[in-house]
Design a protein around this ligand. Structure first.
Ligand code: ZN
Length: 137
């Protein structure tokens, strides 16, 4: 474990984060309070900085600010977090996704496949659902 200065993906200020020997960690940014998530490779090197733990989506879209990543975040908050089973899925996702994300960075073709087959349909589903809700009110 050591500490490293990282540029916060939310506010752009330098924040000090704790870096574990491997795996992933989150530290709240001392400037904006948002969580900074990092993935660490097997040599203890920080390979990527994420916002709000959307590891896999960030790798697949190249940035945590893509509209699809926002939609997937909404999917998590609306359809998973209110339910016990859903929260279990989210916990599993957070436990394994840093490793999956590191793997996907080395296999961009697989990242594209997951984006096309899983993430794009999910984010479209959330977007359409929002439109229906908008018309209903
Ligand atoms: Zn910040």
């Amino acid at each position: 474990m050591y500490t490293q200065e990282i540029v916060c993906p939310s506010c752009g200020n330098l924040a000090i984060v704790n870096v574990p020997d491997s795996g992933s960690a989150t530290t709240p940014c001392k400037h904006c309070g948002k969580k900074i998530a990092i993935a660490v490779d097997e040599h203890g090197k920080v390979t990527r900085v994420y916002e709000n733990k959307c590891f896999v989506a960030t790798v697949c879209y190249g940035t945590p600010h893509a509209p699809e990543v926002e939609a997937l975040r909404r999917f998590r908050d609306l359809y998973l977090m209110p339910y016990r089973a859903g929260r279990g899925i989210v916990q599993l996702y957070y436990r394994y996704s840093p490793r999956v994300a590191i793997y996907l960075e080395r296999h961009p073709t697989l990242a594209t496949l997951i984006r096309t087959l899983v993430l794009d349909p999910l984010s479209r589903f959330v977007a359409e659902d929002n439109n229906h809700a908008g018309r209903g009110t």
